[in-house]
Write a protein that binds this ligand. Structure first.
Ligand code: HEM
Ligand code: HEM
Ligand SMILES: [Fe+2]
Length: 452
C-alpha cells in the first residue's frame, strides 16, 4: 500500500462481505420455498426474499467497486485520496441507506420493478451518495501526479454506472415504457458500463500481478472498451422483444447481442495472454487465481450462457424462466462477484501488512465457491429446461410446472451448500487478516526474485 488513505477501501470490502452473507441467507429461503418448504412465508414472502436477494447483490458488488476505486485510484494517480472524512461519510451513508432499503422490503416499502425495487425517496439518497463518491474519486484523479488509462476506464465506468441509474428513477404511467426503461438500467449496466469497471480493475490487477508492461495491457483495454460499446448498446434490443417495442428489435437485438460474447472473450484472451507473457513471480497466487477465474468464468456465464437464450426464437420460450436464473447466477458470479473477490484478495495483505498469501483456507474458498456455483448453475439449467418444456410447450399452469421441478431445487440446495462453505472460508480468511494499518505503508516492488 502506497498511501494511508487507501485503507478506507477496507470499510467497503467488509460491508460487501456482510451483505454477501445476508444475500446467501435469502437465496436459501427461496431455494427451500421452491422445494415446497416456504416456512417463513408469513414473515418473508417470496417477493420480499427475491427483492432482498437481488438488491443485496447489487449493493455488495457496488460497495466492492467503490472499495476497489478507493484503493486503485490513489495508487494509479500517485496521490493520497482527496478527502478521507468525506469518504467515511459516504461509506456510512451507503451502509445506512442499504439497511433501510432491505428493512423496507420486509414491510412492503418497495417499487416492484425487478432489480430496481428501492423506493423513490431512497433513490434520491442513493444518487446523492454516489455523486459524493464520484466527486472524491474525480478530485483525486485530477490532483494526481499522473492519469493512467486504467484509472480513466475505471472512473468512466463508475460515472456511467451513476448516470444510468437515472432512467430507472423516472416515473412512467405506461407499463411498457416503464419496462423498456428498466431494461436500459439493468442491461446497460451489466452488459455495458460495468464491463468498463471490470476492464479497469482487471487491467490494474494484471499490471500488478504479471509484471507485463502497462502499455501492452492498456492497449488491450481499448479493444475491450470498443467491443463492449459496439455490441452492448444495440444488444439491449434483446430485451425489447416482449416489451412492446417495434419489430426491428428482433433483428437488431438478435444480431448485436449475439456479438456481445466477443467482449467477454476479449477479456479472457487478454488475461490469459498477459499471464503467459508475465515474466515475474508475484507471491499472491490467490489474487492471480481470482483474476484469471473472473476472466474465464465471466465468458462462460455471461458470454456462452447469455448467448444460449439471446436469439428471439429461443427467448420466446425462455423469457423470465429459471433459464434466466441459470445465466444470471453464473454471469454475476463470474464477472462481478469474482472480480470484487479478486481485488480484495490482492489488496488485503497489502493494506494490513500481513503477507499470508498462499494459505489453505484461501484455496479452499476458491475451489468450493467456484465448484458450488457451477453446480448451482447446472441445477437451475435442469429446472429451467423442465419449466420451459412443461409451461411453454406442454402448456401446464405455472404452479403445476413448479411442482414438477422441485427435485432440481434439492440439487440446488446441495450445490449452494458447497458454495456457501467456500464463501465461509473466504470470509474467515478475509477477517483473519485483521484491520488495515499504517505500518503496512510500502512502495517497494511486490515481485519475488526469480530463482532460475
Ligand atoms: C447459496 C447461495 C444462493 C442460492 C441458494 C440462490 C438461490 C436463488 C433463487 C432460488 C433465486 C430465485 C429464482 C427464481 O425463482 O426466480 C435466485 C435469484 C437470483 N440470484 Fe441467487 N442464490 C444464491 C446465491 C447467489 C449469488 C452468489 C448470486 C450472484 C453472484 C446470485 C444471483 C442471483 C440473481 C441475479 C437472481 C435473479 C435471477 C433472475 O433474474 O431470474 N445468487 N437465487
Ligand atoms: C456480466 C454480464 C452479464 C450479467 C451479470 C447478466 C445478468 C443477467 C441477469 C441478472 C438477467 C435477468 C435480468 C432481469 O430479469 O431483470 C439477465 C437477462 C438476460 N441476459 Fe444477461 N447478463 C450478462 C451478460 C449477458 C450477455 C453477454 C448476453 C447475451 C449474449 C445476455 C443475455 C441475456 C438475456 C437474453 C436475458 C433475458 C432473459 C429473459 O428474457 O428473461 N446476458 N442477464
Ligand atoms: Fe441484456
Amino acid at each position: 500500500m502506497k498511501f494511508t488513505s487507501q485503507k478506507i477501501a477496507y470499510h467497503f470490502f467488509a460491508l460487501s462481505m456482510l451483505l454477501l452473507s445476508l444475500q446467501i441467507v435469502y437465496g436459501f429461503i427461496m431455494g427451500f420455498a421452491h422445494m415446497g418448504y416456504d416456512v417463513l412465508h408469513e414473515w418473508i414472502p417470496f417477493n420480499a426474499a427475491t427483492a432482498t436477494h437481488k438488491n443485496l447483490l447489487v449493493v455488495w458488488i457496488i460497495s466492492g467497486f467503490m472499495g476497489a476505486a478507493y484503493y486503485i485510484i490513489p495508487d494509479e494517480s500517485d496521490t493520497e485520496l482527496w478527502s478521507v472524512p468525506l469518504a467515511k461519510l459516504q461509506f456510512w451513508s451507503l451502509a445506512i441507506v442499504g439497511v433501510v432499503a432491505v428493512a423496507g422490503f420486509h414491510v412492503g416499502w418497495w417499487e416492484g420493478r425487478k432489480f430496481l425495487e428501492i423506493p423513490r425517496p431512497l433513490d434520491f439518497l442513493v444518487a446523492i451518495n454516489v455523486i459524493l463518491f464520484l466527486v472524491i474519486i474525480l478530485m483525486t484523479l485530477f490532483k494526481g501526479k499522473k492519469q493512467t488509462t486504467t484509472a480513466w476506464v475505471l472512473t468512466m465506468g463508475l460515472v456511467f454506472l451513476a448516470l444510468l441509474y437515472l432512467p430507472g428513477m423516472v416515473y412512467f404511467d405506461n407499463i411498457s415504457v416503464d419496462s423498456f426503461m428498466r431494461w436500459w438500467v439493468v442491461h446497460l449496466w451489466v452488459e455495458g458500463v460495468w464491463e468498463l469497471i471490470m476492464g479497469g480493475i482487471l487491467s490494474f490487477l494484471l499490471i500488478k500481478l504479471t509484471g507485463v508492461d502497462r502499455e501492452v495491457i492498456e492497449k488491450w483495454l481499448y479493444v475491450i472498451v470498443g467491443l463492449t460499446f459496439l455490441s452492448g448498446i444495440l444488444g439491449t434490443g434483446h430485451h425489447y422483444y416482449y416489451t412492446g417495442g417495434p419489430d426491428y428489435w428482433l433483428l437488431v437485438g438478435g444480431i448485436f447481442s449475439a456479438l456481445e460474447p466477443l467482449a467477454f472473450l476479449g477479456m479472457t484472451i487478454f488475461a490469459v495472454q498477459m499471464y503467459r507473457k508475465g515474466n515475474k513471480s508475484h507471491p499472491n497466487k490467490l489474487a492471480l487465481y481470482w483474476t484469471m477465474s473472473t476472466a474465464i468464468v465471466s465468458f462462460l456465464g455471461a458470454g456462452l450462457l447469455g448467448l444460449a437464450h439471446t436469439l428471439p426464437g429461443v427467448n420466446l420460450y425462455t423469457h423470465g424462466t429459471l433459464i434466466t436464473a441459470m445465466h444470471g447466477h453464473l454471469a454475476f458470479w463470474g464477472a462481478y462477484a469474482s472480480l470484487v473477490l479478486a481485488i480484495m484478495s490482492y489488496s488485503m495483505p497489502l493494506m494490513t501488512g500481513r503477507k499470508i498469501y498462499d494459505n489453505r483456507n484461501g484455496h479452499l474458498a476458491f475451489w468450493f465457491s467456484n465448484i458450488g456455483m457451477l453446480g448451482m448453475t447446472m441445477a437451475f439449467a435442469a429446472a429451467g429446461v423442465a419449466q420451459v418444456y412443461l409451461e411453454r410447450i406442454a402448456g401446464y399452469e405455472f404452479m403445476v410446472a413448479a411442482e414438477e421441478t422441485k427435485a432440481h431445487f434439492f440439487v440446488l440446495i446441495i450445490a449452494a451448500t458447497v458454495f456457501t462453505i467456500g464463501i465461509g472460508f473466504f470470509i474467515g480468511n478475509f477477517f483473519s487478516f485483521g484491520l488495515p494499518s499504517d505500518d503496512a505503508l510500502n512502495d517497494a516492488p511486490e515481485f519475488e526474485p526469480l530463482l532460475a
